[in-house]
Design a protein. Structure first.
Length: 192
């Protein structure tokens, strides 16, 4: 939620709508939360960062995990300390996270899947010439959890271009929706 003034929210709260109560789970002093936090059995995962934390001209956002009780969030296990997160979505079965991000600030954006039960983290795409959008609404799981939809286009030179090709030949120049297959559903979760 973006408060008045355009700044990103820097506190994570849990609301009990039945009791009409809320409690603060964690606060990030100099960072804001980007997009919707994703609640899983392994904690609440979210992307947070600061526009002031610029590396190579781009803001730095990281993937964090917090518990439902008050405490400091921790970097998400398995993704690596140089990973730059862009967006995150929990799978329909709750056992995996789809994450758009970069292995380091200078690498291209790719789609990754984080297996919550094992901590396995694997690239699902191998980006060579694509610009994958990493906004909080540019990522979605299929209902069966067998694929992830991403928004992407062919890499741009940044310069305006005029093209006289037929529309079907220009699809790479515009953002399109791609259905990316992922491995089958998560293994069964152990009872807690």
């Amino acid at each position: 939620m973006r408060p008045a003034g355009g700044r990103l929210a820097n506190e994570l709260h849990v609301f009990d709508l039945n009791q009409g109560e809320d409690h603060k789970v964690s606060a990030l002093d100099d960072q804001g939360i980007l997009g919707a936090p994703q609640w899983t059995d392994d904690g609440i995962y979210f992307v947070a960062g600061s526009d002031a934390a610029v590396e190579g001209g781009k803001p730095r956002y990281d993937l964090y995990r917090a518990g439902p009780e008050p405490g400091d969030p921790e970097p998400a296990p398995g993704v690596g300390e140089d990973f730059v997160a862009g967006s995150v979505r929990v799978s329909p079965d709750g056992g995996r996270l789809a994450v758009v991000g970069r292995l380091n600030p200078k690498s291209p954006a790719n789609l990754y899947v984080l297996e919550l039960t094992t901590g396995g983290f694997a690239a699902v795409t191998t980006n060579e010439d694509m610009e994958i959008r990493a906004g909080p609404d540019d990522l979605a799981w299929s209902p069966a959890g067998t694929s992830v939809a991403i928004v992407a286009r062919g890499a741009s030179t940044g310069e305006p271009e005029v093209r006289a090709a037929p529309a079907e030949d220009l699809l790479d120049n515009f953002y399109n929706l791609y259905d990316v297959p992922v491995l089958g559903p998560s293994p069964p979760r152990a009872a807690r």
